[in-house]
Design a protein around this ligand. Sequence first.
Ligand code: 13P
Length: 248
Amino acid sequence: MPKSYMVGNWKMNQTLSEIEDFFSKLKLTSNQNNFWIAPQAVHISTCINLAMKAGVLIGAQNCSANEFGAYTGESAIDSLTELGCHFSIIGHSERRSLYGESNEDINKKVLACIKKGLVPILCIGETLSQRENGETKDVVLFQLEQGLKDVELNNESELIIAYEPVWAIGTGKSASSAQAEEVHQQIRRLLNDKFGATGDEISILYGGSVKPTNVEELLSMPNVNGGLVGGASLKADSFVALCNACSK
Ligand code: 13P
């Protein structure tokens, strides 16, 4: 059985005082290092200190595929791991659409993360028009294949996949559990073809308008192994509810 994760993607949100308030209210009952948060890069250090007591692991929303050098505005993987980051979200649809990240860029980041022991959460997902044109499977599996080019794994915990249909992100309109499971099964088959038995153990998260009211239904699907959550991860009570559902 793949491990279950609840991952908060805070995007470009949260002031310092909101972060302090969040962690002061965060009381998690069960924890197996599977509750993760990705704050803005400038808040990573603060969050690592505050999250340690709560038992939450911290990661980045993005990283550079390059070694140290002249790359203004970027974060080196070595600097992130030095701070104590555990993972990085890679290829989020906002990075793809707003910052022009290509599948090739994303693949370089995935390879660099695995090489350096930072767990990449590789995000893939179709737009509304792609879904309406019946292209979901082709788009998602193409992004997955390209993102995982030349990737080799020693074990399943080195990689996480997140299926995030673009039309469900921040819209309040989640995919149904059946829609999510259908795509997660297609992803699972590709992971199995590529990595054999290890592919059966890689966690596949669902993201897109996950909230306390729909999380249990989504997590009841056999191939939905957790959530990557934006809006509903920003408040402690809501994040705790999501984590509790993930522990059941
Ligand atoms: P929402 O949960 O706000 O829809 O965001 C999903 C997301 O993009 C997580 O990476």
